[in-house]
Design a protein around this ligand. Structure first.
Ligand code: NAP
Length: 254
């Protein structure tokens, strides 16, 4: 839970594109912030973090690289935090061009946690959190001339891959993660359909098995590679796709 969301700023009065990434204080979200700010001129990144200090540190690290970023406190499991964050963005910028729903958890199997609790906690962040955040920022995305929304999902969400697999049975923590991300895909598709006529590009990306805290750094991919696809989807032109599910190798089966 956060107390008083605040924004630590590299002040940028009117960026040509304003991006909000949830869970950007580390891992793939942090790298997405770095790549967009470094390679896309005119983009300003609001780096969401549920912890004020972790957010400030992350933003300062990229500011030291000369990148246009700032920190914003947002805990996606806390409606007051989400609302306060949206109010800050509204007051400061009046719109949002790109939302990247990246914040997520994968509960550690070592944690003693009953099945229901495991599912509740995982869905609260990975699914309900992304839904509540998107809903809160829709009025600001509607002010954008070219809104883009990216949902960070996983190959593990693919029912097509799962149905065709003869792999081992899942533990309850794996099941809760898979199900939360499969439901996230449905959520994202709903937004893609809802805003298709307005020209929004709403897409789902899987970064692949990546070396971050989430995987105890056992992932075989780098954060640089994991971020790349999300960066492309966040910066799509008018002729870009919408309503897709893709990873490093291209389209992923639903
Ligand atoms: N790594 C992989 O192999 C892999 C594979 C497929 C998909 N993904 C997806 O890629 C995305 C990024 O994962 P990652 O590997 O970079 O994970 P990570 O290193 O664990 O980072 C997750 C981020 O989400 C934040 N977060 C967690 N709960 C939050 C909440 N309630 N409110 C706001 N922020 C919250 C974390 O903040 P704290 O620092 O405060 O904990 C952190 O900044 C996730 O959506 C994940 O599911 C990852």
């Amino acid at each position: 839970m956060t107390d008083t969301p605040r924004s630590q700023c590299l002040s940028m009065a009117s960026p040509s594109k304003l991006v909000l990434i949830t869970g950007a204080n580390k891992g793939i979200g942090f790298e997405i912030a770095r790549q967009i700010a470094a390679h896309h001129k005119g983009y300003h990144i609001v780096m969401g973090s549920r912890d004020v200090e972790r957010g400030a540190k992350a933003a300062e690290a990229l500011q030291r690289e000369g990148l246009s970023v700032e920190a914003l406190t947002i805990d996606v499991t806390d409606d007051r935090s989400i609302t306060a964050a949206a109010e800050i963005v509204k007051a400061k910028f009046g719109r949002l061009d790109v939302l990247i729903n990246n914040a997520a958890i994968a509960i550690d199997g070592d944690r003693i946690c009953a099945g229901r609790k495991m599912f509740e906690e995982t869905f609260a962040t990975n699914n309900f959190g992304a839904a509540a955040t998107t809903e809160a920022f829709i009025p600001l995305l509607e002010k954008s001339a070219a809104a883009r929304v990216v949902f960070m999902s996983s190959d593990l969400a693919s029912m097509g891959l799962r149905a065709g697999s003869e792999g081992r049975a899942n533990t309850v923590e794996e099941q809760s993660y898979r199900c939360s991300k499969a439901a996230l895909n449905m959520l994202a598709l709903g937004y893609a359909q809802r805003f298709r006529a307005q020209g929004w590009k709403v897409n789902i990306h899987s970064p692949g098995y990546t070396a971050t805290d989430m995987t105890d750094h056992r992932g075989t991919g780098t954060v640089e590679d994991g971020a790349r696809g999300a960066v492309r989807l966040a910066t799509l032109g008018e002729d870009g796709e919408t309503g897709t599910f893709s990873g490093k190798q291209g389209t992923i089966a639903w």
